[in-house]
Design a binder for this molecule. Sequence first.
Ligand code: UD1
Length: 418
Amino acid sequence: MGKYLIRGGKPLTGEVRISGAKNAALPVLAAAVATKGENIIEACPEISDVDNMISILEALGCRIARYGTSIMINASELTECRIPDELMKEMRSSVFLAGSLLARCGEAVISSPGGCNIGKRPIDIHIKGLKSLGAEIEYSGDKIYIKSGNMKGAYIRLDYPSVGATENLMLAATAAEGTTVIDNSASEPEINALQDYINMCGGRVSGAGTGRITICGRRKLTGCEYRMIPDRIEAGTFLLMCAGTEGDVCLKGVVADHIRPLIEIVRAGGSRISTWDDNLRICSTAAGRVKCSVDTAPYPGFPTDLQSQLTAFLTVKGEDCIVRENIFENRFRYAKQLIKMGADIEISQKEVIIKGNNILYGCDVEAEDLRGGAALVIAGLMAEGDTVLNNTKYIKRGYSRFREKIQKLGGEIREDGQ
Ligand code: UD1
């Protein structure tokens, strides 16, 4: 299953380029199914979630070619509207294909989505929204059969600003007759990315980032050339890794505004952070300590996808901190592994209390989900001695060339048993 062998204690130095955003790449690749013509999607991250999405697109009949981090997709001759079960279960993001398949073929057959084991992850908000557009939905076993019927634009108010439901409905609404308004929509930068992509293909979507998105339906979607936005979660992970190892690093290809709450927290602990163009430089010393109470929240709040990495950082660099998880109910599994490494933390259902000022000691730990795995890499790099991190497959789902990038910054990390 792959292991990282990490030797802690070395400050990271140098510069590294952040890859394209996983959470923008997946919906944009799914959206390509709704287009007729050639798409070139540039700066795609080299991760297994993207590989899985490509396998699904190929199974649907898309023509695909990859040139480094660019992916050519031509969905002009789609042959299938059923996502094969084994591929659907590989990752939750395949649920977006419901929206784009409806837009393109008028029907979609999906099964219960898979994904990281971080919570229940229902899709009721997606289904309710699709029904508001007039889609007909039938359940049979673990399959969901969706037909577009005569989908008409509608006013949809989401019960919660779900990122995936917003994206799915944006895609489905491109095929509905008339105008759709999605209220209480998610405002994450990845929603803007999807809006930009659809518009570059000839669609008409506005309002991304405002909490209310308007989609004019039934416009012909052709392919386009689109460049992926940078991955804010990867940028945040490297920021914490550098601050945790008391390093001096320049991150290139960063939109600093996308990680503003994290920058404020790390700065408050004494790290010097400067930003210019798409660069972010962080310079940290041994002296500073962070005191904070953090709540995960939808954008622009503190992202749930950085909660684990922040907690790992705070075990050493924090002082009396609380981190509350408000989005997913099972996102503290990694924290038990931090305790194994010597962290003085208390875990309850929704929060972790971190005394901080700890020394972590390297030992054998298990990654159990993507971001929790990244948190344990940060912990290993801060720890005294050697850490063996098992199950690197989770990390490879969402971090592009993670080990290589850490090595480039001088971090001691090797890989075993791939
Ligand atoms: C996306 C991201 C994920 C991130 C999450 C929150 C991708 C590929 N993944 O996941 O990395 O952690 O946003 O920022 O972009 N919910 C329901 N019913 C639904 C849909 C969601 O109850 O139909 C709940 C979820 O269980 C969760 C919350 O809403 O508690 C947020 O989920 P959502 O925003 O949909 O996350 P994802 O799109 O799955």
